[in-house]
Design a protein around this ligand. Structure first.
Ligand SMILES: *[C@@H]1O[C@H](CO)[C@@H](O)[C@H](O)[C@H]1NC(C)=O
Ligand SMILES: *[C@@H]1O[C@H](CO)[C@@H](O)[C@H](O)[C@H]1NC(C)=O
Length: 146
């Protein structure tokens, strides 16, 4: 699968920057609920803007939220980002998850260059029903609704 290969390939290079920025790699949450993504960074970047970007390829991803470098929360629709300088960690929270939130995202540190530190995070949104596959016969149409 191409997407998987691309993801692993870019992961190889991102390990080189792991001392600068690391994330969970993959997170999942239930439809309608929320999920938080913790991204840990080297302390030298405390005052540097941090962002959350959406897209398979970092170079063309679109920034969803970005901090100013302060600890103040920045929120856009259902997505918020908050930096904690003491913990050297920023947390991105996606609320009211929909299936469309599933995808590849990036935690990033904005160095204002072409080589920002960034880390790919795969987000998967699960419908409640997908936790109970054994109860859902494939021929039962009401199982996949809602
Ligand atoms: C999440 O959904 C609830 C219920 O529909 C709504 O009241 C709330 O404002 C939503 N939150 C966000 C951040 O959109
Ligand atoms: C950062 O995390 C520490 C430890 O959990 C907490 O005491 C502090 O209030 C946090 N700072 C912010 C700005 O959230």
């Amino acid at each position: 699968m191409h997407l998987f290969a691309l993801f692993c390939f870019s992961g190889y290079f991102h390990r080189l920057a792991a001392l600068e920025l690391t994330g969970p790699g993959a997170v999942s949450g239930l439809w309608g609920r929320s999920v938080s993504v913790p991204c840990q960074y080297h302390e030298r970047y405390q005052e540097t803007p941090k962002y959350w970007c959406s897209g398979i390829i970092w170079q063309s991803c679109s920034k969803v939220v970005e901090t100013t470098g302060s600890e103040a929360e920045v929120k856009r629709d259902t997505v918020s980002i908050r930096d904690n300088h003491t913990l050297h960690m920023f947390t991105v929270t996606l609320e009211n998850l929909t299936l469309g939130d599933t995808g590849i995202y990036w935690c990033g540190i904005n160095l204002r260059s072409k080589s920002d530190f960034n880390f790919p995070v795969s987000v998967t949104v699960l419908q409640g029903e997908s936790l109970l596959p054994s109860l859902c016969g494939t021929a039962e149409p009401t199982c996949s609704s809602r």
